[in-house]
Ligand binder design. Structure first.
Ligand code: ZN
Length: 381
């Protein structure tokens, strides 16, 4: 899997709940904490298996292949100067998060690169197995059956990822192929529709054959496709607009030397839940209602706002494309950005204000995505 996230400088942007284990080709490789739990589970199973480490070793080998799949996406992306923010392994697979936006043709090749890695591994193992004269159906030695299992799993991984439905790589392949002929939003809608139809058929087949793993996969695919389509539609409403169009320009600020009591009074007086903190004219942080509450609970009300404010505020220019701000919100997990025109604070952009902007634009366009856009936000899994 891989996913495109952005075109802006990454700031404090790491995949939450994950641990960096190594950096390869300049790309941080991370393990999600659920994956760490999964490793512990494998060790426990291995210990209980009384020396039968075959299964845990097989699973870890397969995750090595999943990692190679992600590195395949990342290295091909790099050929197009599309950077990868990080690769994270989850118990259900891997995810390469792309930082820049590829064109549809580039997306096509990047999406194909992952499954291609598994095809190459599977193909190479097939040759080895043939050269050693191992019987594919009934391998004699445990080491032979290990090779056969790894080969089969890689071929299965390639096939599974090529299902033409989001969030699989195949969904990206289909979308980017369609985007060569039509605009990106329309291509996403069509690809998502095909993916959901396919998921429905898959679910039905799984249900009829009592294969509930298949039903589970179908449900994941169904919602993955819907999410991709709605995200792309939402993003299309931001196109052609700048940060200045959606920012709040009327808001109250508070001085860094103000007390928490003052901040609490301001909070109660109006509908504003967070206040830019200024030192003179210069914005130095942001204090939110929850920080005011935290401050009041562990000090008395005459502590300074500066002690409890958040100092790490993302800034953005008023003429920056709103789509870029949208991606920056997703990438950094920020909820509020300061809109700075050179040295001056000219507005505040929040996730909520972007959502409201999308809602109003959607109403103006009667919910139909704007056509003519060219750029993906999320890419291939
Ligand atoms: Zn992939």
């Amino acid at each position: 899997m891989s996913q495109v996230q952005n075109g802006s400088p990454p700031k404090a942007s790491t995949t939450p709940w994950s641990l960096r284990i190594v950096t390869l080709f300049g790309i941080p490789i991370r393990l999600h904490f659920t994956f760490l739990l999964f490793l512990v589970y494998l060790v426990v199973v291995g210990l209980q298996g009384q020396g039968s480490w075959v299964w845990p070793v097989l699973v870890i080998t397969l995750f090595g292949c999943v990692l190679l799949h992600e590195i395949g996406h990342a290295l091909v992306a790099l050929q197009y100067h599309v950077r990868t923010r990080d690769i994270t392994l989850y118990p259900i697979g891997g995810l390469a998060l792309l930082q820049d936006r590829p064109t549809p043709k580039q997306e096509l090749v990047i999406a194909l690169a992952g499954p291609a890695v598994n095809l190459v591994i599977g193909g190479a193992l097939f040759v080895v197995i043939r050269l050693q004269g191992i019987n594919l159906a009934v391998p004699a030695a445990p080491s032979s059956s290990f090779l056969v299992d790894v080969m089969k799993a890689n071929l299965l991984l390639a096939a599974f990822n090529l299902i033409p439905a989001f969030p699989m790589d195949g969904g990206r392949v289909l979308r980017s192929a369609l985007a060569i002929y039509t605009d990106f939003n329309r291509a996403t809608q069509i690809a998502a529709g095909i993916g959901q139809g396919l998921a429905f058929a898959l679910g039905l087949a799984g249900f009829l054959s009592q294969n509930f793993v298949l039903v589970f996969i179908a449900v994941l695919v169904f919602f993955g496709a819907g999410q991709e389509a709605s995200l792309t539609t939402a993003r299309s409403f931001l196109e052609g607009h700048t940060v200045g169009d959606a920012m709040q320009s009327r808001y109250l600020t508070i001085t860094h030397a103000a007390t928490l009591d003052t901040a609490a009074t301001m909070l109660l007086q109006g509908g504003q839940h967070e206040f830019p903190v200024l030192s003179g004219e210069e914005p130095v942080g942001l204090i939110t209602s929850s920080e005011i509450a935290r401050g009041l609970s562990d000090s008395d009300g005459d502590a300074y706002v500066a002690q409890y404010m958040d100092r790490e505020i993302q800034t953005i220019g008023p003429s920056i494309a709103l789509t870029e701000a949208f991606e920056l919100f997703n990438q950094t997990g920020a909820r509020t950005m300061f809109v700075m025109d050179e040295e001056n604070l000219v507005g505040v952009l929040t996730r909520d204000s972007v959502s409201e902007f999308i809602m109003l634009e959607a109403a103006r366009h009667h919910g139909k995505p704007r056509s003519g856009s060219a750029a993906p936000k999320m890419t291939d899994q």
